[in-house]
Design a protein around this ligand. Structure first.
Ligand code: FES
Length: 71
């Protein structure tokens, strides 16, 4: 997905990040060696988003990375 030319992220007070604009959202996970030592990041799932979405900032969403209204 090509990122939008124009996007904006609003940090809501005690709430999620509100993202305006169609941008790619890609999950990255820490890759560890056999001893559990972090060695790098690996890209994972890519999410399709519309012109506006809310990203969880509290860690409590059951629909991460998106806010489910828990906060
Ligand atoms: S910010 Fe909404 S569920 Fe985390």
């Amino acid at each position: 997905m090509e990122p939008a030319d124009d996007f904006n992220i609003k940090v809501s007070k005690n709430g999620p990040y509100i993202v305006f604009g169609k941008i790619p959202i890609i999950e990255y996970v820490i890759n560890c060696d056999c001893k559990g030592i972090p060695i790098d990041w690996v890209s994972g799932k890519e999410y399709t988003v519309n012109e506006k979405c809310s990203l969880c900032r509290c860690g409590q969403s059951k629909n991460k990375p998106f806010c489910d209204g828990n906060k």
